[in-house]
Design a protein around this ligand. Structure first.
Ligand code: PLP
Length: 357
């Protein structure tokens, strides 16, 4: 099948095959990775390789820590302010959709939250220009969501927040394109779109932002505790780290993030070009903010939604239903979605339009 799920999402078949082959006996150790002590030499080597690949693929500068944590991106919505907001007691949030809205709401329990900008006026179909943002120079950080998985809006530029650290939830576009990590103070992402199974959260954080946690911050969620323990203060999600490591190796073998970006741009163009030429389907998102990862679209008549989904399922195209808050369809086309999947979807959309248009 072609699986268009927004997450947990489709993974490279080669990775799943390798994991299946190694399931009972990892590299002659006689153990499954699931059965290994996180402090044993076997798992330490898996962990170190995964971290080295994150550093290599993203180009992480040496004054940043790479942490493998738990709690997901929703967990980070609290963990970030618990660790960072203490500096001045306040933070700026740019709200561009459901996920950043949730982040801003959660942070209110830990300090003063300023809604620096909001895309609400456009019903979250565009990203407010930075010239319209009302940034507080005394904010401890500025928070954005680089790709709104539900609304399908994505930053195609990096905000300039001067001396105030930029914090980004990159759950749904991490590893999909090159980024300049040095422009960010902190990046976090749940693994379950472009990296591996849920249960693992990647955090990349600049050294000077570590060590300022509020006293209420649990030790397992304190970046300092985790950085000092190499992300092993508590037992890490070992199997998820192992799979993510295989995915990172796969990305490297494909040519790294530049190659991923070209692959993702080519796929997205096929779908958006068709949406724009069709009078039966439409994309609700402003052109300059369209996501390369999550493509929501509407049919001319939403009474046809069920028939569309049923027909897609019959052709092996699954999990295309849009999020309940926006309706319609959503095709999530992460790294592991082959171009053939998008071509098959567009061919089906044309056929459905010919029948019902
Ligand atoms: N942020 C973004 C952009 C997401 O897409 C998601 C999940 O889909 C989350 C946060 C929440 O992640 P989790 O459920 O792993 O906490």
């Amino acid at each position: 099948v072609f699986n268009f799920s927004p997450g947990p999402a489709t993974l490279p078949e080669a990775v799943l095959r390798q994991a299946a082959e190694e399931m009972l006996d990892w590299h002659g150790s006689g153990m499954s990775v699931m059965e290994m002590s996180h402090r044993g030499k076997e798992f330490i080597s898996i962990h170190a390789e995964a971290e080295a690949l994150v550093r290599e693929l993203l180009g992480v500068p040496s004054n940043y820590k790479v942490l493998f944590m738990q709690g997901g991106a929703i967990g980070e919505n609290a963990i970030v302010p618990m660790n960072l907001i203490g500096k001045t007691g306040k933070a700026d949030y740019v709200v561009t959709g459901d996920w950043s809205k949730k982040s801003a709401k959660e942070a209110k329990s830990y300090g003063k939250v300023n809604a620096a900008a909001s895309g609400e006026a456009s019903h979250f179909t565009a990203i407010p220009k930075q010239s319209e943002w009302k940034l507080d120079p005394e904010a401890s950080y500025v928070h954005i969501c680089s790709n709104e998985t539900i609304g399908g809006v994505q930053y195609h530029w990096t905000p300039d927040t001067g001396a105030v650290p930029l914090v980004a939830d990159m759950s749904s576009d991490i590893m999909s394109r090159p980024i300049d990590v040095s422009r960010y103070g902190l990046i976090y992402a749940g693994a379950q779109k472009n990296m591996g199974p849920s249960g693992l959260t990647l955090v990349v954080v600049r050294d000077d932002l570590i060590g300022h946690a509020l006293p209420i911050c649990p030790s397992a969620f304190n970046y300092q505790t985790q950085a000092e323990a190499d992300s092993m203060y508590n037992t890490p999600p070992t199997y998820a780290i192992y799979i993510a490591g295989l995915v990172f190796k796969y990305i490297k073998a494909q040519g790294g993030l530049k190659a991923m970006e070209a692959h993702n741009q080519a796929k997205a163009a096929i779908l958006y070009d068709y949406l724009d030429e069709s009078r039966f389907y439409r994309s609700p998102v402003a052109r300059e903010a369209r996501s390369l990862m999550n493509v929501p679209f509407k049919l001319k008549d939403d009474a046809l939604d069920e028939a569309f989904l049923k027909g897609a399922q019959a052709k092996g195209m699954i999990q295309l239903k849009g999020h309940r808050s926006v309706g319609g369809m959503r095709a999530s086309i992460y790294n592991a979605m082959p171009v053939e999947g998008v071509k098959a979807l567009v061919a089906y959309m044309k056929e459905f339009e010919a029948q019902h248009g």
